[in-house]
Design a protein around this ligand. Structure first.
Ligand SMILES: *Cc1c(COP(=O)(O)O)cnc(C)c1O
Length: 383
């Protein structure tokens, strides 16, 4: 029997990536600029929105860092951040010497809770500081409550940095994720919906802002024949080789979104008769999810006494990778002493949730192995 590892989310090439990379070699554009970088930016702009301006960068984390700089975040400022996320959403706040203020999730989208968000803003203002920015995240490709978050952001005149690292291909009320905040962030890390082996992008609403991001990303070089600098610079531009992979990946993005959504439908079907398990879904009337990762929540008080950790270990025995949900930032040793607003929704999700294999390259045989393992796990428990 074939018992090779079934991964949570692994790179899935479309076919023409190597052609773009070969072109880069043939023309000697082996540098962090060139036709593939420009081409990938154009491809993304066409895909996202006619008014989007995209700067290709070395990572999604770099895009968040530059995004906060563009929004004027400086040392001593406060920045609001969704607690339940990958640490890369929050680390750039610390790079800038600013203070993160973490917010709980709500149960519908598992993302930024609008009630706790407003409570935090009101309290921070009362304490003497208006937050400089709000970092909102579309977890696992499921859009956050965009209208609600934007309304609060506008009410208090605070810009939104939209962390769409997991949500390329998702949309909210017909508008693509990445274009829903004041500044958007994409990631093309190896495990994301498409990959450049490592990379990211910043999405802005004007060419001036995009040019400014690229200026910072290329060492803030002033216009002079020699190297002249009047601001701090960064080396954050994307390599033309990596961008070549990205151009190939853009050709299969929508196809891969469709395949990830099929994985989600597979899990919905697999768990439909197991009352202890809920498959994480978006409200399809409002938003469209790429289902980058399919995730489940196991009822913490279920009658058969199963836990997500037991299921994870059981699947691991069968060489099937699964992973707990993101551990909230306010529970992380590096961040736990910063302010936090909300209740225990994100903590409950962390304790009871699990991400399951979700790649667009999973086969029927992989699905059958997952099905039989999950079925065996719950059968054992019921006996
Ligand atoms: C992956 C990810 C990032 C960071 O992207 P990198 O390209 O890995 O730097 C940021 N935020 C979230 C929510 C992510 O999942």
């Amino acid at each position: 029997m074939n018992n090779s590892k079934i991964w949570l989310s692994s790179p899935h090439m479309g076919g023409s990536e190597q052609k773009f990379v070969q072109e880069a070699f043939d023309t000697n554009w082996v540098a962090p600029l060139g036709p593939n970088v420009n081409g990938l930016e154009k491809d993304l702009e066409l895909y996202l929105d006619n008014n989007a301006h995209v700067g290709a960068l070395s990572s999604g984390t770099a895009a968040i860092h530059l995004g906060l700089i563009l929004l004027g975040v400086k040392a001593g400022d406060e920045v609001i951040c969704q607690s339940m996320t990958f640490s890369a959403s929050a680390n750039p706040i610390l790079y800038l010497g600013a203070t993160p203020v973490f917010i709980d999730s709500e149960s519908d989208t598992w993302n930024l809770c609008p009630v706790a968000l407003e409570e935090a803003i009101v309290d921070r203002i009362a304490k003497g500081k208006t937050p400089k920015a709000i970092i909102a995240v579309h977890l696992y490709g499921v859009p956050y409550k965009v209208d609600e978050v934007n309304a609060i952001a506008r009410k208090y005149n605070i810009p939104v940095l939209e962390d769409s690292a997991e949500a390329l291909g998702s949309s909210y009320k017909g508008q693509k994720c990445g274009t829903l905040g004041d500044i958007g962030v994409l990631s093309f890390n190896g495990n994301k919906i498409i990959t450049t082996s490592g990379g990211g992008a910043i999405v802005t609403k004007s060419k001036e802002l995009k040019d400014r991001a690229v200026f910072f990303a290329t060492q803030s070089r002033d216009d002079a024949p020699h190297y002249q600098h009047s601001q701090i610079g960064y080396n954050y531009r994307m390599s033309n080789i990596c961008a070549g992979i990205g151009r190939g990946q853009m050709e299969v993005l929508d196809k891969h979104v469709g395949l990830r959504r099929e994985m989600n439908a597979f899990y919905e079907n697999l768990f439909k008769d197991i009352p202890a398990v809920t498959v994480f879904k978006t409200d399809e009337n409002i938003s469209f999810s790429n289902y980058w990762l399919s995730a489940i929540e196991i009822d913490g008080n279920n009658e058969i006494g199963v836990t997500s950790e037991q299921l994870r270990l059981f699947l691991d025995e069968a060489n099937i990778e699964s992973r707990p949900l993101w551990k909230p930032m306010h529970l992380q040793p590096i961040f736990e002493h910063y302010p936090y607003y909300g209740a225990t929704v994100s903590q409950r999700l962390f304790e009871n949730g699990l991400c399951l294999p979700s790649g667009s390259n999973l086969t029927n045989e992989d699905r059958e192995r997952i099905r039989s393992s999950v079925t065996a796990f719950f059968k054992n428990k019921e006996l």
